[in-house]
Design a protein around this ligand. Structure first.
Ligand SMILES: Nc1ncnc2c1ncn2[C@@H]1O[C@H](COP(=O)(O)OP(=O)(O)OP(=O)(O)O)[C@@H](O)[C@H]1O
Length: 252
């Protein structure tokens, strides 16, 4: 397996708040990796650090063998580090295909508007939104807006795709559809780091899991082993409750 992205001692402080503290890990090409942690653990901040939204306080982000710390978001996108946002914000008056073409022009290195539109149509077909190509983005349902967000990121021809809560607000059937799509994206050789609150979803899709707590990486590895880790149980349940949980387990 080939390493595509590596974080070395990455930290971010906002004033006195250490949102991300000395985090190191590596992603291998084509893997789906889950990033989990309680509210406020630093997950979104970490994605913002990887994609150049915030400057790092310390550390290095090495993408495809090159230190990219200090890059701007558009440079990250052009290099092949694309992301989706927790809150989906399409250009509402523009058509679905224009929204995706904008992504292709902005981050996908397409030489012309026509090439960008062709790339956009390919990605719309891939995510199943072709029938809505000419409709205004504002008229899409939430699951389809999430598909639009994926198509926009794919039109940037990413090597790594960072997905921030793409399943939030979807029902069980819609989540299954979204997970199928994410697996198909990984099958194209695109590495995926997915922030996800639903444990069932994380377990079903991730080959590896990273756990953040108070900005620190407290566990990483194969999904089942990580969820059995005492520190992870404590992070989610709180120390007092976790102790009772363990005692209950010993009692029988
Ligand atoms: N721009 C900012 N300025 C100041 N503090 C921030 C900023 N962004 C994040 N923080 C703080 O950093 C910490 C981590 O927040 P972050 O949003 O990264 O967590 P998260 O794990 O993504 O949470 P959630 O699951 O609730 O989305 C929090 O204490 C948050 O208040």
């Amino acid at each position: 397996m080939t390493e595509i992205l590596r974080l070395e001692g990455v930290s971010k402080a906002f004033g006195g708040v250490r949102a991300v503290n000395d985090v190191s890990f590596a992603l291998q090409e084509g893997q789906i990796v889950g990033l989990i942690g309680p509210n406020g653990a630093g997950k979104t901040t970490l994605v913002n650090l990887i994609t150049g939204v915030h400057p790092l306080t310390a550390g290095r982000v090495v993408f495809a063998g090159r230190n990219v710390a200090g890059q701007k978001p558009f440079q990250a996108a052009r290099r092949g580090l694309a992301r989706t946002f927790q809150i989906v914000q399409p250009f509402p008056q523009m058509s679905v295909v224009e929204n995706v073409a904008a992504g292709a022009l902005f981050g996908g290195g397409q030489p012309s508007r026509q090439a960008a539109t062709e790339a956009a149509r390919r990605e719309l077909a891939f995510v199943g939104l072709e029938p809505f190509a000419e409709t205004p983005a504002a008229s899409l349902t939430l699951p389809n807006r999430k598909r639009l967000e994926l198509a926009k990121s794919l039109a940037m021809q990413p090597k790594v795709l960072l997905l921030d809560e793409v399943n939030a607000g979807l029902n069980a059937v819609e989540i299954d559809g979204a997970l199928d799509l994410i697996r198909q994206i990984a099958a194209r050789g695109i590495t995926i780091l997915i922030i996800e609150h639903l444990m069932k979803v994380v377990l079903s899709i991730s080959q590896r899991i990273l756990v953040l707590h108070h900005g620190e990486l407290i566990a990483e590895g194969e999904p089942r082993a990580v969820l059995d880790d005492e520190r992870v149980i404590e992070a989610y349940l709180g120390a007092k409750f976790a102790a009772r949980f363990r005692e209950a387990g010993r009692d029988g």
